[in-house]
Design a protein around this ligand. Structure first.
Ligand SMILES: [Zn+2]
Ligand SMILES: [Zn+2]
Length: 301
């Protein structure tokens, strides 16, 4: 396992590598965009070169980005009113088209930075049927991959299953993958908190093995590129996306030991997106817990 964390890229994307190195990261996840706005960041050539050089110097790999939360490829392909929540609309936007455009930007900068992939939330159906949304998502990802070119891939992430989000079941992930085509550019990222919240019993003895057997049958374990390691603040099957520090939530130390000891996961990057002991995000304590529980999990197998 290559332990890593989601770290801030404020002050310039190359700063993320130093932040990761302070945490002892062997892999890393960053935002290449400001997560609150559609407007892309104009990364300078110097910043891009520094990011690549520092990552190589640290031997940090693989590197991934997390897509803008505003993206929803499942949104209907038409203009809808937009504006701050609870306030009158200030304009309109075609969220589906904007999401394709943004995904292209993510892939292009991802290639420039040498990222393996963009971790992407699948999207939600926004009033249309699930089948229609899956078709739109698949076509949107295929178009973005085609337009962007390069080698940076898309890693679809399973969701906690809130509301009309798609990606809470492996069958949905498979349906989206089939709608995209391009298996060489489309992989998957499983988030342990999202699995737990959507009713996959990863916290039970042997649970992770059964869950991954099912993933292998439905999607294919060879397409799993990344694990998001988070404990859960909310209950099993709650369908709520609330991350907790490693060992302190519903998955707990025993569950984490079993997940981290799982043979099928040993070659993956394992990225922490935890709130942190002081509430400042992934920290040394959580990294140390993950490594300790990994050792203990391996020993228990
Ligand atoms: Zn995640
Ligand atoms: Zn989450």
């Amino acid at each position: 396992m290559r332990f890593g964390a989601h770290v801030s890229s404020s002050g310039g994307i190359s700063k993320a590598i130093g932040r990761g190195a302070e945490l002892g990261c062997e892999s890393l996840q960053v935002f290449t965009h400001n997560p609150r706005t559609w407007k892309p960041i104009n990364h300078s050539d110097d910043e891009i070169a520094a990011f690549r050089a520092l990552a190589a110097e640290q031997g940090m790999s693989p590197l991934v980005s997390h897509g803008l939360y505003l993206m929803n490829l499942g949104a209907p392909d038409r203009e809808v009113p937009t504006g701050p929540p609870g306030k009158p609309a200030v304009g309109t936007r075609n969220i589906h088209r904007s999401s394709i455009e943004s995904l292209v930007q993510h892939l292009v900068i991802g290639d420039a930075l040498g990222l393996e992939g963009v971790v992407l939330h699948v999207g939600s159906s926004k009033g249309s049927t699930e089948d229609e949304a899956i078709a739109r998502i698949g076509a949107g990802i295929a178009e973005a991959l085609e337009t962007a070119g390069g080698t940076c891939g898309v890693h679809l992430e399973n969701t906690a299953g809130a509301g009309d989000t798609i990606g809470r079941t492996f069958a949905q992930l498979r349906a989206v993958a089939d709608a995209v085509g391009r298996p060489e550019r489309l992989g998957f990222c499983l988030d342990t908190q999202h699995l737990f919240a959507s009713g996959y019993p990863v916290h039970e003895p042997g649970g992770i093995d059964r869950v991954l057997d099912e993933f292998d049958r439905v999607v294919g374990i060879d397409r799993l590129r990344c694990l998001h390691l988070n404990d859960s603040k909310t209950a099993f099957g709650s369908n709520r996306d609330r991350h907790e520090n490693i060992g302190d939530g519903g998955i707990g130390e025993a569950g984490m030991r079993s997940i981290l000891g799982c043979p099928a996961l040993q070659d993956l990057p394992v990225i922490l997106e935890v709130p942190g002991i002081e509430g400042t995000g992934p920290d040394l304590e959580n990294m140390a817990r993950a490594r300790r529980l990994h050792e203990e999990g391996l020993a228990a197998r």
